[in-house]
Ligand binder design. Structure first.
Ligand code: ARG
Length: 435
């Protein structure tokens, strides 16, 4: 066990098994860079309050920036004998500077640090995910553009409904992702990471923190930093994680619908899409199989991502204000959802670029007369001034007649047609059906 940030009042050593049970370093290590940022602001505040000399401040700053450089180039590794990232950074500063490092934690609490770190993580990751969504949108747009003149059978209830342009179908997916992207941007822009909360009731440093948030500090992050107006609310708050995981869940829901459509359209039964082989796998038994595993996993991860949202909601339910150790369990679901979605979006953009349309099967499906039923009804309304309900009824009876007699609309006899309605004529039908 490495040196802890507490312990003076304890007579007994921490039980080894309990130590492993309670430590968070194995996952909160991801917050290292944001924890350094907190320390930089804090050191500024201590200097302003006269609790550090200028020389001490500079030494602490350069030690912290040295660790930041190690984080950036991957040299800073988690010390799994440490309780958490806040402790590991403090210990590292101590290894560099000796006892001066002991002043770093003056009037500060990890309760304040952890929420600050997580807000920055959420802001940076939200912008990253928005960017990845941008690549998926671009890939969908170029797929639509490549096949801009292609019509496919459109579906409601997974039953053939009306002929629709393939790019208009893709437009539906694009719209959802555009709205998701906007939500992520607004979410990141609205985040405020507070400093100066202490354990929960603020500290005597509060006014010094104001001048600690310098232009240099602001340059290091896209997230707004302010002095907490309600320290109690700040250390108690995990709403921003619930919100982030909610946005991610909606994106995941959109992804799962895309996945389902593409899986369906790639079956032999539909055969509209040819999926890129490099994102499919085969079967160990059936030599002919090309399975859409990427799409299936992307659909399957919905369970995990919704589960992560429910996990944080449940952890927070009924928690007394302010900080409670339960809240440490917010990190794994947060990191898990961000990482899964990031992987999915990165792969999806490449996947979409490799999708090809199978024109023969698509055109064959378009020969289904029922796809033009609405066009026929509209023709009766527009050209023959028939009321829509009557037009609906006439076309419905026409479809029924063809089904009962095993013929297609265009092959129906003139006598049968006139019996159904005097408004219908073969020429108009031929024109509307495009044959
Ligand atoms: N590892 C803790 C967490 O993630 C950091 C805060 C610990 N605070 C405390 N008072 N023990 O929530």
């Amino acid at each position: 066990m490495s040196k802890k940030l507490w312990g003076g009042r304890f007579k007994k050593e921490t039980d080894k098994e309990f130590f492993v049970f309670q430590k968070s370093i194995q996952y909160d290590f991801k917050l290292a860079a944001y924890d350094i940022l907190h320390s930089l602001v804090h050191v500024n505040a201590l200097k302003h309050a006269g609790l550090l000399s200028a020389a001490e401040k500079n030494k602490l700053h350069s030690a912290l920036m040295g660790i930041a450089a190690e984080i950036k180039n991957g040299k800073f590794k988690p010390d799994l004998h440490t309780e958490d990232i806040h402790t590991q950074i403090q210990n590292k500063v101590q290894a560099k500077l000796g006892n001066l490092a002991l002043k770093l934690h003056t009037l500060r609490s990890r309760n304040d640090q952890v929420v600050f770190d997580e807000k920055h993580y959420c802001g940076v990751e939200a912008l990253g995910l928005a960017c990845l969504l941008g690549s998926v949108i671009k890939a969908l747009e170029s797929l639509g553009h490549k096949y801009k003149d292609v019509y496919i059978a459109g579906y409601t209830h997974t039953q053939r409904a009306q002929k629709v342009k393939f790019c208009d179908y893709l437009g539906g997916l694009i719209k959802s992702f555009e709205s998701d992207k906007k939500k992520l941007g607004a979410y990141a822009a609205g985040l405020i990471a507070y400093v100066g909360s202490g354990a929960f009731k603020g500290t005597s440093l509060a006014k010094d923190y104001q001048s600690a948030i310098t232009a240099e500090i602001k340059k290091l992050t896209p997230v707004t930093i302010k002095v907490a107006d309600s320290p109690v609310a700040n250390v108690s708050d995990r709403d921003f994680i619930v919100e982030f995981l909610s946005i991610i869940s909606v994106i995941q829901m959109h992804l799962s619908r895309l996945a389902e459509d593409f899986i369906l359209y790639s079956t032999k039964e539909f055969n509209y899409l040819d999926l890129p082989e490099e994102f499919c796998t085969g079967s160990s038994l059936m030599p002919h199989k090309k399975n859409p595993d990427f799409l299936e996993l992307a659909r399957g991860y919905t369970g995990k991502i919704y589960g992560n949202l429910v996990s944080i909601l449940t952890t927070m339910k009924g928690l007394p204000l302010t900080y409670n150790r339960d809240m440490q369990l917010d990190k794994e679901p947060l990191f898990s959802s961000v990482e899964i979605l990031g992987d999915e979006l990165r792969i999806l953009a490449k996947f979409i670029a490799g999708v090809k349309l199978n024109r023969a099967a698509i055109d064959k499906a378009l020969e289904d007369d029922s796809l033009y039923a609405v066009d026929l009804a509209e023709y009766l309304v527009r050209e023959k001034k028939v009321a829509f309900s009557d037009a609906h009824d006439i076309v419905g009876k026409l479809i029924r007649y063809c089904e009962d007699n095993g013929c297609s609309i265009k092959d129906i006899s003139i006598t049968a047609l006139k019996k159904l309605s005097t408004h219908l004529d073969k020429k108009a039908i031929g024109r509307i059906l495009g044959r």
